[in-house]
Write a protein that binds this ligand. Sequence first.
Ligand SMILES: Cc1cc2nc3c(=O)[nH]c(=O)nc-3n(C[C@H](O)[C@H](O)[C@H](O)COP(=O)(O)OP(=O)(O)OC[C@H]3O[C@@H](n4cnc5c(N)ncnc54)[C@H](O)[C@@H]3O)c2cc1C
Length: 432
Amino acid sequence: MPEAVLDLVGVGFGPSNLAVALALDEAGPKAGCDALFLERQPAFGWHTGMLLDEATMQVSFLKDLVTMRNPASPHSYLCYLRDRGRLAAFINQKSLFPLRTEFHDYLAWCAERVGHLVRYGTQVVDIRPVPGPDGSVDLLDVVVHRDGAEEVHRTRNVVIAPGLQPWLPDGIERSDRVWHTSELLHRLPEFESVAPRSLTVVGAGQSAAEAVAHLHGRFPEAEVRAVFGRYGYSPADDSPFANQIFDPDAVDAYYVAPEHVRRRLDDYHRNTNYAVVDLELIQDLYARSYREQVRGTRPRLVMMNVSRLASLSQEADAVRVVVEHLPTGEPTEFETDAVVFGTGYRPADPLALLGPLADQLKLDDQSRPHLDRDYRLVTTDRIRAGIYLQGPTEHTHGLASTLLSVTAVRAGEILAAVTAAVPAQVLTASAR
Ligand SMILES: Cc1cc2nc3c(=O)[nH]c(=O)nc-3n(C[C@H](O)[C@H](O)[C@H](O)COP(=O)(O)OP(=O)(O)OC[C@H]3O[C@@H](n4cnc5c(N)ncnc54)[C@H](O)[C@@H]3O)c2cc1C
């Protein structure tokens, strides 16, 4: 049996729902919102397989989980720095972009502050409607698996923030020697004793380039091959005018834009985020490659550009790879100790958890859910409980959806919708 009815259940406790918890904490008891966040990981963790020592954030520290919504929040990056005794030292760096490991520590610091609102080790497996006497649905049952048992949390609203799923090309199976970049740091300690002679990274985005640089630095005896279809890594556009696409106002403009304008905006500004690399990292990799040419020794950093991975077969203690040069079709076959796929992520399917509720959603012609501006899924009139979504909303809210830039503001918008209780509960698809 479910416990008392909650006002809000958060599915997933990454930065998106953590930001909602922080907004709720700031609002205090007057918000009148009884909330619980459910996270499958045993403790807070943000992309832990890619917390490379040398990696920096690709977003300003001022786009932390609160400042854009409330610059006076006690949960800001500046408050975190003061708490850790590094405020002056951070300022002296004159950089807006913290180390990724430091940002992770900031997120974990935030998560600890609202720890009473979270249950870790809790996998949400289903969200079920609870029909009232007239068939309308004001409540939802969130079904979880925890410590091998099933639990149910009854709520008026859910906020689903499932994050991204690592993506591998069709036919590629993960193994001890075939990894996605998301597991890089978890794999390397056990691999250190192998003293690898050859490592291969597939992909040309930020994670792939970071993996190449990390492996090249960490294994000084190993040859590191980078396999990708482009001529070279392409730089991420983080110039100031283009960066405006990540402003909270840009979400308003995107939301009201007709479909063909949205697509055009995506095409213009895709290179702010997708399959692009920080220019500094590109220059660093090029400098390493050039130094090896000057030394005249066997190059350890091998760019297999304009190429594709044609086949991969796993052998007892190596992986046999064939790479095809795209212009000539010429194959190169070699053995490598491990292949790392930096082939990116796809948003998790938000409908997967909704079971029969998914039939009550309004979908577009590509089966993507319609959302209100406040991130509430548009449903039939029958469903009066609120189902909110963070992350897989690029088609309605634009390119910032899967990133941190609008997280603080979005969390405030969602919380305002949830706590505006009565209007939010009675609005229906047709009324909107
Ligand atoms: C290596 C890397 C670096 C990045 N760096 C940046 C950056 O510098 N700047 C930027 O703007 N963006 C960056 N991003 C983009 C990234 O998507 C966001 O930073 C952020 O993680 C989005 O937060 P989220 O909470 O929506 O998703 P996630 O961080 O993915 O969190 C989702 C959480 O939900 C949990 N979960 C999912 N399903 C369930 C379930 N059924 N039950 C219970 N729990 C569940 C997951 O375990 C996870 O903890 C980066 C991404 C990667 C992979």
